[in-house]
Design a protein around this ligand. Sequence first.
Ligand SMILES: [Zn+2]
Length: 273
Amino acid sequence: MLPGAPVDATVPSGGRPALGRLAAFDLRQFGTVTDDLGIDLGAPVGPAAVTDLLAACLTDGHGVPPSRPELWSAPVGDRTAAMVAIAALEGDGTFAVVLRCPAPECGEDLEIEVTWDEVSAVAQRASDSFDVDAAGARYQVRRPTGADQERWLAAAVASRAPSGRDLLAELVQDRPPGRAFSDDELASIEAALDDHDPLVCFGLDVVCPACGAASRHEPSLLAMAAAVLRTHQRRLLRDVDALARAYGWSEAAILAIPAWRRAAYRDLIWAGA
Ligand SMILES: [Zn+2]
């Protein structure tokens, strides 16, 4: 028995230039198909989980998801923006983030809100590739991609972690073979990346209400989005468990029921318990 029509939870991506290379895709609300329950959102969320989530929740105008190579080759900043945009569909686009005051002898928890609008505004400052003037020479630099991130992680696991110097040099597209960069050149490249790939080091200036200290924080946007999606995933699993026990419906059938009706069934189950 199918207790409800499938939920149409696709949101057109029009007006989301913050998604950069992924801006052409529509967003589907997370948690409306059974495959969503199989995405590993355990902390820390790695690039493979981000790719799985984007493959599940992005579709083009014909309902076709982006290919895996397309997702892996998208800049980390665009992938992060897309994941935050999907998480923002779960509520009003506001995320609660807990930071800690770094002042000695304070350590107060700083509870702040980050909104999708703020993240989107910062993300729109990104540019795919850009020129950097470094010590009199001009280089074209690109943003790191999901594939770069995966390759660097694999190297780190194999105890061959690339140095920060190696990572930056890899992003210079017209580097002469064998050319080593000076510290000043690398600093120029890094500063340009901060400007042109702003979501990767999304920063917040916070004043501690307890001690008045001002400090700069760089919360992980991926962790922030994953926390929302993980909570939603756990809530769905509880719904599936309760409704399957009570009515014998399948996972797919239960996820096809709108959230408000699932909540109503849950209330009936508890009322009759
Ligand atoms: Zn403080």
